[in-house]
Design a protein around this ligand. Structure first.
Ligand SMILES: NC(=O)c1ccc[n+]([C@@H]2O[C@H](COP(=O)([O-])OP(=O)(O)OC[C@H]3O[C@@H](n4cnc5c(N)ncnc54)[C@H](O)[C@@H]3O)[C@@H](O)[C@H]2O)c1
Length: 257
């Protein structure tokens, strides 16, 4: 039995759910009534989260899935629909970054980041879609990045996240007749392993990032989860094709000049 809340009776599939932003989205939506399919390449960690949620009374299935592998994705979607009877919400959150100046970008870096950030979103959407169309209802929330506007030493990452904007806008138009909303949540600096691995605490660059955020703090995974939950809810029924930056004001302009 799912909990009361704005997602009561809804089933949601969240990728990259084992930690960071994906985990925060799972906790938020599960505690507001959603039944959850949690996908992650880290099978142990995502299983621990599903077990914790089930103990709270939230129906949650964990799947060890590489979103860049279509067979894995197909299996997880089918199992989800078998258990929850439908799929209403997809959050394409799994993401990979390989920081490097452009000239140091290897073909392996290029392929690996594109495989997770773009191909993964393509596969998950492709397999979720028939179930949404069938019920004439769906909410797809992609996780982009402020880096889609440009970021030094992130050529591949920025390219994929800019691609997510086109993916979101085009799908929004194609899927609107099916009552499926597609939006993009684009975080700025959020305190997760992905950020701290690339920006060690206390380094001059990290300090500079902190000073440049107009709201003068790092974002937290919950800041992103709140926006995702809104766009995945019926409150956002007339919003589609949009990119919402969750970045403490970073995209607005510069504080210093
Ligand atoms: N943290 C930030 O500052 C920030 C900023 C902008 C955008 N984002 C985006 O937010 C999303 C979540 O990032 P995060 O900060 O929580 O990162 P994270 O590294 O903490 O978590 C990412 C999760 O995705 C999983 N994952 C990686 N590759 C996968 C694959 N092939 N298949 C399935 N799962 C896979 C990881 O195991 C991990 O659990 C990503 O799309 C990222 O690009 C993060």
């Amino acid at each position: 039995m799912s909990k009361e809340g704005r997602f009561k009776g809804r089933s949601a599939l969240i990728t990259g759910a084992a930690q960071g932003i994906g985990r925060a989205i799972a906790l938020k939506m599960g505690r507001e009534g959603a039944s959850l399919a949690l996908l992650d390449i880290d099978g142990e960690k995502v299983k621990e989260l599903a077990t914790q949620l089930e103990k709270e009374g939230i129906p949650a299935s964990a799947f060890k899935v590489d979103v860049g592998n279509e067979k894995d994705v197909d299996y997880a979607v089918k199992e989800t629909v078998t258990r929850f009877k439908k799929l209403d919400i997809l959050v394409n959150n799994a993401g990979l970054v390989r920081p490097s100046a452009f000239e140091g970008v290897s073909i392996d870096d290029w392929d690996a980041v594109i495989k997770v950030n773009l191909k993964g979103s393509f596969f998950c959407t492709r397999h979720a879609l028939p179930h949404m169309k069938k019920n004439h209802y769906g909410k797809i929330v992609n996780i982009g990045s402020r880096a889609s506007l440009g970021k030094a030493d992130r050529t591949v990452y920025s390219t994929t996240k800019a691609g997510i904007i086109g993916f979101t806008r085009t799908l929004a138009l194609e899927l609107a007749p099916h009552n499926i909303n597609v939006n993009n949540v684009a975080p700025g600096p959020i305190a997760t392993e992905l950020f701290t691995a690339a920006n060690p605490a206390g380094s001059p660059k990290t300090e500079a990032i902190l000073r440049s955020i107009p709201l003068r703090r790092m974002g937290q995974p919950e800041d992103v989860a709140n926006a995702v939950a809104f766009l995945a809810s019926d409150e956002a029924g007339f919003i589609t094709g949009q990119t919402l930056f969750i970045c403490g004001g970073l995209t607005v302009g510069s504080v210093y000049f």
